[in-house]
Design a protein around this ligand. Structure first.
Ligand code: SIN
Length: 486
């Protein structure tokens, strides 16, 4: 059993972390957690009651009062300690992640680095929460603007990046002086709880970072229904994000949302085809196609189309499917069987409507949670794969003739998280980058995620930005002091 690989067994926590204490649900209710590789339950976490979530909110309020009084340097030092501990325990966190999420161990290790990098980035930014001074409107008057922590914050995080989607919210919140309650996805709570154990060990005061588990809808309603919680940050589906946003209206909670995408990946005739294939592979197949910024639609210009397809098929043939703990595996189990069924549905629908099967076995839904990467071409706008993100290893290619056509197809979606294109024409690069409707544009680049850059979408893909110096803005309020003349 992979749990026996843990060097530090206490990182496998099956309780919630609230107010610096490890707690069970008072009524003993639990939620099962399984391993997507074999579907077997290997642990449980508490299913907290509404009263217990309200208790966590009170604890976070007390934590906030302690934390806000620390100097920026003190907060930065504690965050750096947390960062160091994450790296020290990288192998164990990665093991828990692969166990509950399924991703290949090498990707889990990469995610721990990625997750920790947000803590480091925001530890550094903590000392740069600057205000400003503005010339007064009257003689002798001074206007001073300060930035204050928003207060108690909440984060509801997804299963696809069980560590990084927490740290890019919590890093910013804690650096700004806020406290936070995290509700991780029920499929992947153990990574979150291991991070809580390390936060505790780092010396982050009780109540500042809390992790609760249980029924998602009830926890979401309780967090948004509280006037104490001043900010909600959510990563997940547009459907749930929209509901949470409506719930946040009651107490005018600040909200940031990182929601679904439908990323186009455009390859123009003047692209460097080898680089485009390299970018396509990382962009499409990272996390077995389960990222919000995954290429969902490849748009390839007619002059380069056949060459790109043959190179992409060749590269896809080198991917290895299997249990995330197996050496050399690059494509692991999807999170659950519904995810497998979705890939199959998109594939079947595309083939029924005239797409051409090029490489990889047709998904039949009979390999447990595994799907071998599959490539289809001659994809058209009426196919489901064009309207909805597949979140799995299906590469769907649309052929186009002109730049104008490509832009029209690329922007023909309610979503706008990421978009990618490959071209060596500098004039086209600026034109297309300006015209694409997305918050993140990869220009001759398929890997766009990094803590120094503002991550977030436009249209139905969300609100607000995470990472970069802008990530801190989400957790601060401006306060303006009008200093009157004598
Ligand atoms: C996501 O899939 O939501 C995030 C992906 C990333 O940070 O790269």
């Amino acid at each position: 059993m992979s749990l026996s690989r843990l060097k530090t067994q206490r990182l496998f926590r099956q309780q919630c972390y609230v107010n610096g204490q490890w707690i069970d649900a008072g009524n003993g209710n639990t939620v099962d957690v399984d391993n997507p590789a074999d579907g077997k339950v290997f642990g449980t976490v508490p299913s907290l009651s509404e009263e217990e979530i309200l208790g966590a909110i009170d604890a976070a309020e007390q934590g906030f009062q302690v934390w806000r009084k620390k100097t920026a340097q003190e907060r930065a030092d504690l965050l750096m300690r947390w960062y160091d501990l994450m790296l020290e325990h990288k192998e164990d966190i990665a093991t828990l992640m692969t166990l509950e999420q399924g991703k290949p161990l090498v990707e889990s290790r990469g995610e721990v680095d990625y997750a920790a990098s947000f803590i480091r980035w925001f530890a550094e930014e903590a000392r740069r929460v600057y205000g400003e001074t503005i010339p007064g409107a009257k003689p002798g008057q001074h206007i001073v603007v300060t930035r204050q922590p928003i207060g108690v914050t909440a984060a509801i995080t997804p299963w696809n990046f069980p560590a990084a989607m927490i740290t890019r919210k919590a890093g910013a919140a804690l650096a700004a002086g806020c406290s936070m309650i995290v509700k991780p996805a029920n499929a992947t709570p153990y990574t979150a709880l291991a991070l809580a154990e390390l936060a505790d060990e780092a010396g982050i005061p009780a109540g500042v970072f809390n992790v609760v588990t249980g029924k998602s809808s009830m926890i979401g309603e309780t967090l948004t229904g509280s006037a104490i919680v001043r900010k909600m940050s959510f990563t997940g589906s547009t459907e749930v994000g929209s509901k949470l946003m409506a719930q946040c209206a009651e107490h005018i909670q600040k909200v940031s949302l990182e929601l679904g995408g439908n990323a186009p990946f455009i390859v123009f005739d003047d692209a460097d085809v080898e680089r485009a294939v390299e970018g396509a592979m990382i962009c499409k197949f990272r996390n077995t196609g389960q990222t919000c910024v995954c290429a969902n639609r490849f748009l390839v210009q007619s002059g380069i189309h056949d060459k790109f397809i043959s190179r992409l098929a060749e590269a896809m043939g080198k991917l290895k499917v299997g249990d995330g703990f197996e050496e050399g595996v690059t494509q692991s189990a999807l999170i659950n069987h519904a995810a497998v069924e979705k890939v199959k549905r998109h594939y079947d629908d595309a083939i029924d409507k005239g797409a051409r099967h090029v490489a990889g076995p047709a998904p039949d839904g009979k390999q447990g949670n595994y799907v071998t990467p599959v490539l289809v071409t001659d994809v058209t706008a009426d196919m489901e794969v064009c309207a909805d993100e597949t979140f799995g290893p299906l590469a769907a290619v649309i052929k186009f003739d002109t730049e104008e056509q490509a832009l029209k197809i690329a922007n023909d979606t309610p979503y706008g998280l990421a978009a990618y294109f490959y071209s060596r024409d500098i004039h086209r690069v600026w034109r297309v980058a300006d015209a694409l409707e997305a918050g993140i544009i990869g220009v001759n680049e398929g890997a766009v995620s990094n803590p120094t850059a503002p991550f977030g979408g436009v249209k139905a893909s969300g609100l607000g930005r995470e990472g970069s110096r802008h990530g801190l803005d989400e957790y601060t309020e401006l306060k303006y002091l009008c200093m009157g003349a004598e």
